[in-house]
Design a protein around this ligand. Sequence first.
Ligand code: SAM
Length: 208
Amino acid sequence: MNLKDALAAGLAKQLGHPRGLRGRLVGALLNRANSRPVTGAVDALGLRAGETAADIGFGGGFGLALLLGRVGPAGLVHGVEVSETMFARATHRFARADRLRLHRGSITDLPLDDASVDALITCNTVYFVADLDRACAELARILRPGGRAVVGIGDPAEMAKMPFTEHGFRLRPVAEVIAALESAGLVLTEDRRLGKSERGFHLLLASA
Ligand SMILES: C[S@@+](CC[C@H](N)C(=O)[O-])C[C@H]1O[C@@H](n2cnc3c(N)ncnc32)[C@H](O)[C@@H]1O
């Protein structure tokens, strides 16, 4: 493997599971690079004060801060992360956020009760999940009836242009992600695009 490939493979690994000092830097990078799609996902939830929200695979935690602001002091936010580094970073950053519950765990086995969440986002996570059906079933399980989910994914054709995605990313057709949400019992209400291009980021809005 040449140096360029090695760097791309290293970045891909960190994006899928940030670890150590490099992982902390990746967390900061994610917050900057993904601020627009994550803000779009949170906006699409239409949260009301006092609701319970969740960010699954929160990475650098940008989405957690937004969700906390939207649900306010009477609401509750759950953050779930598989990465110990991201979990520790958020624990430190949000030490004073008493309306936030952070959990170590996977989207395929969520450490949250059935029907315990009004609305959730998961952005840029499903590329790293082998069992998408299981992940979607877990999202459906934790949503209360009528609850809302936004699954954010880059357009696969655009993502494929980024060299690091060759290294282990699962760039599924959008229709496959929608089918997995629907087979979990969620109803797709919109495939919202960010930006005007046909290649814009997808926000898949679904309800339970
Ligand atoms: C590319 S980052 C995206 C972070 C953030 N959602 C964003 O859009 O900026 C992917 C994140 O998903 C997390 N992740 C990967 N597999 C996961 C899983 N099975 N369950 C929960 N989180 C996972 C990673 O640890 C990483 O923090």
